[in-house]
Write a protein of this length. Structure first.
Length: 323
C-alpha cells in the first residue's frame, strides 16, 4: 500500500516478499492517502518501474483510473512502457475511481453510472491503441467522454499487457467479462464474490470467451499480528476503511475519512476482513477464495509489521495453499 510506506520501503518489502515465496505485487494508485496518519502517496508508475527491476514476479497497479487525473492514452503509454521493460510480467488494472484521488484536477465528479461508462470507454481506447500500435498503425478515438487525435504508441511490446477491470457489482462484472481480459475485485462476503464471478463468466460466454482462461484477481485485506489484540489494533489504526459499511467513493479528503474512522468498532470488521493472530485461520480464509474460483490473490496485511507478516505467511500459510 503506497499510502502507508515510503516508496523505497515498499520496494524493499516486495523484494522480501519474493524471498518468502510470494510471486507478484499489486501497487496502489493514490494521489492522497486514505488517512492523514498513513502519511504517503507516491506515484504508482514510478514505483512499478523500480519494483520490476528488483523483483521477478508479475506486477501491476491495483487499480489505476484512466478517466480523470490521467487520460487513457497516457495510461496506455505508461503500461506499454512497463510491459516493454519487463516482458510477460505486467498487467494493467483499471477502475472507475474515487473522489479522494480524482477530484484534485478540479473536474466535475459524476455519479457512479457515468464513472463506470467513462471507465469502459477508457478500456476501449486503451485496447484500440494497443492493437494499432502492435500493428504499426495509427489510430484515433472520438467518444462521448474522450478524444484522442491520430497517433500510436512508439514504445510497444510485441504482446499487449492484459487489461483487468475492477468491479464490485454484478452488472459491471458481466460487462467486464465481455470486453476486458480479466477481473479484479476486493474481499467481500463469499456469496457476493461468487455472484460476481458468475456474472463475469456469463459476460465472457456471451462474447464467445472462456472465463476459465481469463485472470480472476482478488485483493484480500487482512490483519495478522503476533496477538489478536495487536491485529485488531492494527486494523482500527491503519485500515478502519475495511470496517466502513457505506460507499466511500464520494469522499474527497483524508481528513473526512479520519473523522469517519472514529466511528469504526471491532465488530464492524466481521464478515469483511479477517483479523486474527492464527496463521491457520488465514490459510483457510485464503483457500476458501481460491476454491471459489480466484486464480490470483494479492494479500494486504494492514499493519506496519510487514517483515514479520511476510516471514510467518511464507513459512506457515503459503505452502499449505492449493491452487
Amino acid at each position: 500500500m503506497l499510502e502507508q510506506f515510503p516508496p523505497s520501503d515498499a520496494v524493499s518489502y516486495a523484494e522480501l516478499a519474493e524471498r518468502h515465496g510470494f510471486r507478484g505485487v499489486m501497487a496502489t494508485d493514490h494521489f492522497q492517502p486514505w488517512l492523514p496518519s498513513l502519511g504517503q502517496a507516491s506515484h504508482v508508475w514510478s514505483v512499478l518501474g523500480a519494483l520490476g527491476a528488483r523483483t521477478s514476479g508479475d506486477l501491476g497497479p491495483g487499480v489505476t483510473t484512466p478517466t480523470f487525473r490521467t487520460h487513457p492514452a497516457v495510461v496506455a503509454q505508461a503500461s506499454a512502457t512497463l510491459a516493454s521493460m519487463y516482458p510477460g510480467r505486467h498487467w494493467l488494472g483499471i477502475g472507475s475511481g474515487e473522489a479522494l484521488n480524482e477530484h484534485v484536477v478540479g473536474e466535475y465528479w459524476p455519479e457512479a453510472h457515468e464513472r463506470i461508462a467513462r471507465m469502459f470507454e477508457a478500456v476501449e481506447l486503451i485496447r484500440k491503441l494497443f492493437t494499432a500500435s502492435i500493428a504499426g498503425r495509427e489510430v484515433r478515438h472520438h467518444g462521448p467522454h474522450f478524444r484522442m487525435e491520430t497517433t500510436r504508441l512508439w514504445t510497444m511490446p510485441p504482446e499487449a499487457p492484459p487489461v483487468l477491470v475492477a468491479t464490485a457489482g454484478p452488472v459491471t462484472a458481466r460487462r467486464a467479462g465481455k470486453v476486458a481480459d480479466g477481473l479484479i475485485t476486493t474481499g467481500a462476503p463469499v456469496d457476493r464474490l461468487a455472484a460476481l464471478l458468475a456474472r463475469f463468466g456469463e459476460g465472457a460466454r456471451e462474447a464467445g470467451r472462456d472465463a476459465e482462461r481469463m485472470p480472476r484477481v482478488l485483493q484480500l485485506h487482512l490483519s495478522w499480528a503476533a496477538t489478536d489484540e495487536e491485529a485488531m489494533r492494527n486494523a482500527l489504526t491503519e485500515w478502519p476503511i475495511g470496517g466502513m459499511r457505506f460507499s466511500r467513493s464520494d469522499l474527497r479528503s483524508p481528513f473526512e475519512f479520519e473523522q469517519l474512522a472514529r466511528t469504526v468498532r471491532p465488530e464492524d470488521f466481521e464478515g469483511r476482513m479477517l483479523v486474527s493472530a492464527d496463521p491457520d485461520h488465514h490459510r483457510a480464509h485464503i483457500q476458501r477464495h481460491l476454491d471459489l474460483g480466484f486464480d490470483r490473490i494479492y494479500l494486504h496485511n494492514v499493519g506496519r509489521n510487514q517483515e514479520e507478516f511476510l516471514e510467518v505467511f511464507g513459512r506457515d500459510v503459503l505452502p499449505g495453499l492449493r491452487a
